[in-house]
Ligand binder design. Structure first.
Ligand code: TEU
Ligand code: CA
Length: 556
């Protein structure tokens, strides 16, 4: 197995808009990140991934880029970026950027030019198509964020494709010039010393020839079969690797929309020299039946175990996974998989034990290290995310759900949950900014914040620090072979991991009930490495776990 710094390293995702505001305008920025580098170093994370920091009109908070080689003025200047990169490296950490290459902004020069006329040199940078016979969109493709994926351009009488908002036109990767532009942008940042890219919706870059209609199936299936995994995709990824990535000590991490255990190897098998690792959506979407704002099923532990196992089996030895329990697109980890009320701290810690002992590169989302929770937004005017707003407005037209229910669904699943400003202290605006922030702060900041947890040896924050320090020393956490112990148990998740002579057992109680578990092996009580309670009770052949208790015990 190829060992690399990015396998053992822990990634910490920063959503810059919500991380820390250095100049009191209510918006997080690069200098705000610089101020917190000591905090991040002390947390024991290794790789910082920044959600997009490039020029953008912010229709989708930076995932709509209008200049790939310029910093968004709200976030600072190129000097600020250079300083951030330098200071990150000085502390022995790495910095990776978010490459949004499937689409750009409609305010990018390329698109402004392309719109000018059908024979403009940039026209073919995008996907254009004549209307259908009835004058409507060329096919039935739906945008990820609601409505048709095609927008009519009256000046030319053609439609352009946008799989996300209409301000995010899809780039035409068939055009060699487009690919070269993206590679140039990548080299620009890599030459500065950036350590790699997280690649936004990279499986979508090659479109189906002739834009065939999607079959009448669930949206997830349509993504896999019609939007992602297009005919030239792997040719482009190999080219990108050959032209750019392999010339640097940099990694590439695919956002795995549309990737499944069967085709995952095509992306990340080392031998194919395409991408280094991927993160899939199956865990994050394990309660989403079909698509966001549709049916939601209750969390089920056995389903989650099966997903972990399926992916472990699929991406084994040859490839590599990243392992994320939350990001800026989903509601908060402790609110979804734990109990953010009575067992808030215990469940946040237990979940982190699980995450830190699964295979793959550990990926922490900002704020999860202090157990930040979902927020309740009381009015639609408080909702900022374009995906939620599109859903709400579409629903006003169709009246499928009542207004109250629509807002309730947004509160449960909406992306703003993960985007509320980082809670640094119990002071004004949670210490995030001296100005009213761009998105409401979770009122629970008075109890849940970094300053309070920093001083409490039993806090979630100090637990994360400690687990990460142990993980750095114990490779069995990262590379160990996995052995399930009580696979069908609906409330306990128990597994062993072995690497050479190192052997650990992980015991996790996913319920608010105490649990007893009968073992056929001896558990040494003096070899508890990690525990989110003071003790663990072991009697003869039984292990007793308290509500949401999690432990790691060394076996040999
Ligand atoms: O997300 C792509 C994506 O598939 C998500 O939109 C996901 O399907 C959804 O949030 C789950 O309901 C990436 C970025 O992470 C996201 O922030 C961007 O909005 C999107 O691409 C477009 O660039
Ligand atoms: Ca600012």
């Amino acid at each position: 197995m190829k060992l690399s710094w990015f396998k053992k390293g822990t990634i910490y995702q920063i959503y810059p808009r919500s991380f820390n505001d250095s100049n009191s305008d209510g918006i997080g920025d690069l200098r705000g990140i610089i101020e917190k580098l000591d905090y991040l170093q002390k947390l024991n994370v290794d790789i910082l991934w920044l959600s997009p920091i490039f020029s953008s009109p912010n229709d989708d908070n930076g995932y709509d880029i209008s200049n790939y080689c310029a910093i968004m003025p709200e976030f600072g200047t190129m000097q600020d970026f250079d300083e951030l990169l330098h200071k990150t490296h000085e502390r022995g950490m790495r910095l990776v950027l978010d490459l949004v290459a499937n689409h750009c902004s409609d305010e990018h020069e390329w698109f402004k030019e392309a719109k000018k006329s059908k024979d403009n040199a940039y026209r073919d940078y995008f996907h254009w198509s004549a209307p259908a016979k009835d004058g409507g969109p060329p096919n039935n493709w739906k945008s990820f964020f609601g409505g048709s994926a095609w927008e009519y351009d009256k000046d030319s009488g053609e439609y352009y494709l946008h799989l996300f908002t209409k301000k995010q036109p899809d780039l035409n990767w068939k055009n060699q010039k487009v690919r070269e532009e993206i590679y140039q942008a990548m080299r620009f940042w890599l030459d500065k010393g950036v350590d790699g890219f997280r690649m936004d919706v990279i499986p979508l870059i090659s479109k189906r020839e002739g834009y065939p209609d999607a079959p009448n199936e669930g949206f997830r299936k349509i993504i896999e079969d019609v939007y992602a995994n297009g005919p030239h995709l792997h040719e482009y990824l190999r080219e990108m690797n050959r032209e750019v990535i392999r010339h640097y000590d940099a990694f590439s991490l695919a956002e795995g929309v549309g990737i499944n255990p069967t085709n995952a190897g095509l992306y990340v098998d080392h031998d194919r020299r395409e991408l280094d690792m991927l993160y899939h959506f199956d865990i994050l979407e394990c309660t989403i039946v079909n698509g966001k704002f549709e049916e939601v099923s209750p969390f089920d532990l056995v389903t989650m175990k099966k997903i972990f196992k399926k992916w472990r089996d699929a991406v084994h030895e040859k490839g590599w996974l990243a392992n994320a329990m939350g990001n800026h697109d989903f509601s908060r980890m402790v609110s979804r998989f734990g109990n953010d009320k009575e067992y808030w701290a215990a469940s946040a810690k237990m979940l982190f034990i699980m995450q830190a002992t699964q295979n793959g590169t550990l990926n922490i989302y900002q704020g999860d290290e202090i157990g930040m929770t979902n927020i309740v937004l009381n009015e639609i005017s408080e909702v900022k995310d374009v995906q939620s707003l599109n859903f709400y407005n579409e629903n006003l037209a169709t009246q499928r759900f009542s207004k109250d229910l629509a807002l309730e669904m947004i509160n449960k699943e909406g992306r703003d949950n993960a985007r509320t400003p980082m809670q640094w202290s119990d002071e004004l605006n949670a210490g995030f900014s001296e100005h009213d922030p761009w998105l409401k702060i979770n009122p629970n900041y008075e109890n849940i914040n970094v300053a309070t947890q920093n001083n409490d040896p039993n806090s979630i924050l100090n637990f994360y620090r400690n687990v990460l320090a142990i993980r750095k020393k114990m490779e069995v956490f990262v590379y160990g072979d996995f052995e399930e112990v009580a696979f069908d148990h609906p409330e306990l998740y128990i597994y062993k991991k072995t690497l050479g002579s190192d052997k650990i057992i992980v015991l996790l109680n996913f319920s608010s009930n105490p649990q007893k578990f009968i073992t056929n092996f001896q558990l040494p009580t003096n070899a508890v490495i990690i525990n989110n309670y003071e003790d663990i009770v072991i009697t003869e052949d039984k292990i007793h776990l308290k509500p949401y208790q999690g432990c790691v015990v060394r076996l040999e």
